[in-house]
Design a protein around this ligand. Sequence first.
Ligand code: ADP
Ligand code: MG
Length: 243
Amino acid sequence: MTTTTTTKARGGFSLRDVTKTYGTGEATVHALRGVDLEVPPGELVVVLGPSGSGKTTLLNVLGGIESADGGRISAAGEELTGRAPARLAGFRRDHVGFVFQFFNLIPTLTARENVELIVELTGRGTRERVPELLEAVGLSDRADHFPAQLSGGQQQRVAIARALVTDPDLVLADEPTGALDTRTGRTILDLLQRAAREGRTVLMVTHNASVADMADRVVTMHDGRVESVDRNERPVDAADVSW
Ligand code: ADP
Ligand code: MG
């Protein structure tokens, strides 16, 4: 996939004793209870853990969608700790691409326009690169289709093109294959693995333990904490992941 001009590894991150609480009083939920995690640039990290263990919250605070309540977070060479929302937005724009379970495309825009919109909103990337990105995800012939005219897997591929058009250091994917069948899901895993092999740091949450086989590092979350971190010495190709 020719989606980047650099293969230099970049975008590692570090979390130290990160906490995040939702609600107040009796409704308080401790979503993150002191998360420590350090990942060097260019790794593909798979995050596993039961529902409610804090995986999405971890992605959101790392990506600057939400601010943490305590602890320290640095990512892609920037310190996020204590940043005001406007400065978190700047961090997201400059460094992060997001991929969500249900694609989150804008239904009234074509595939091409969904990707172009991000170029306009962020001022990063160029409209000229959009066809190149759609080709890289195998969708050149669907560029002028609307989301409703695309399969789930095709919509997720548009979402990956959209995530990569700003040339992010960090790609955060929350259950990106959760709504897809196995064969289609494997295509998405392959695109995310390529993004990491190009030097981006990719963090992917999944329910599917066998996806861990393709990761450089496997993080298991439990009850708002990192329960284990395992280095995978021989990650398999996404094409060979079975589930
Ligand atoms: P996971 O992605 O592992 O399923 P989450 O990070 O979504 O877990 O959630 C962790 C905990 O925080 C859960 O108990 C969840 O109900 C709670 N939670 C997440 N987001 C919110 C929110 N916006 N408001 C209140 N509670 C939340
Ligand atoms: Mg979640």
